[in-house]
Design a protein around this ligand. Sequence first.
Ligand code: ADP
Length: 472
Amino acid sequence: MPRLVVVSNRVADPRKTAAGGLAVALADVLNNTGGLWFGWSGKIVEPSAGGRAVEGELRTQQAGPVKLVTLDLSREDHDAYYVGYSNGVLWPVFHYRLDLADFDAGYIAGYRRVNQLFARKLQPLLRGDDIIWVHDYHLIPLAAELRALGCTQRIGFFLHIPLPPPLILAAIPGHDWLIRALFAYDLVGFQSEADHGHFCRYVEAEARAQNVGEGRWRAFNRTIQAGAFPIGLDVEEFNALATAPDARDMCERMRREYSRRKLLVGVDRLDYSKGLPQRLRAFRELLQRYPETHNSATLIQIASPSREDVSAYTDILHELESLCGSINGNYGELEWMPVRYIHRTVARSRLPGLYRASRVALVTPLRDGMNLVAKEFIASQDPLDPGVLVLSRFAGAAEQLKEALLVNPYDVEATANAIHLALQMPLEERRARHQALMANIREYDVHWWCDAFLDALVKAQAEETGTPWLRL
Ligand code: ADP
């Protein structure tokens, strides 16, 4: 079996429990092939007095059979590549928020510089038969930069966030450069059929690519493979978490505390893509329309801090605080607070307990690549008395989780009605829906995702039909 090389913006030590399902799944495959994981260390080196910072020095750490190789970035590169282009342009636009994008012309140069730095530092570490798997929007041009250095290895790319429709994508200055860079890969993977469809429509319309069947596209003298590979949970790992003392203790405490009430739960990173204000408005509408929910329903909304130096995030934070305050002020009573809003990260070991104690989960992003919280909620339920998932139709997960109550999060009234339905759903229906959802997340778990992508990558060697890959 050839060695697997994973490249992502951040590298996680797979031996640490906080690493999460993706790190654990990748580590599984990396372990089997004695692989290498390459990425940014998360550290910024400041320029020394009078000179430029020394960036790009490699640090190597052995994590069992897996080699972790990381490099630091200079402040200038970090600000342009990470804060600027990745999170100020690609994140908002790929989540359909052109209004929040900051198209500063300097960012793209930094983005390109860091991708070149990654390629220059990675190339000498590669073996001829390595399989390289590049992750996410920070590193779209990496394969093109590696090809420019002469790398001929099989390289796959997986986009963890959504890909918007062609006309939204086309609003990015340099969009043609970005999408052309994808043709340096052998395989390009998306979270959903919707995203894959957007890619197909874009390359057909904007790049005049030719569809040569079975998910293959010819353009820029190369024929590459593209497809949807929805990411899943490590269901076994999550089950183990759910039955461990931390989660059980959490579940019992929540049940005791809220014994007279039905709990609704939301767990998100505080991000404008998550639809948090819309969700709170829907909850307010529920209280307004259905007075029987007063005193009987409590929403616990956990929103972990995220990118707080960006103004769009502080705006959403203030909007959320004000909505929670006004709902509690207008509807609360001495012995009942309708919303408990917690601006913090909850320990991963306690999350399954919180999910299991809740009757309803509100997973209502305005746009999301997949949304793993939806799957974690399902995996944590008691199959004999499961809770109900209210899920945005705009989350990638909605393509798979059809037995959830699917809602349009922009439609506050319809969402309120769906929450009401969820709160009242009879046991038999809850069980039937949960059983079907559970079957889906078991079948399409994170190991399925890894295997499906890597199988496709091994089979998908791009054909060069003309002059070799030209420098971008
Ligand atoms: P995103 O990657 O956009 O944050 P996902 O729902 O796909 O969205 O993944 C989020 C992951 O982070 C999940 O595993 C979830 O359990 C975890 N998470 C999100 N919010 C919190 C929080 N407030 N506290 C603890 N973990 C969280």
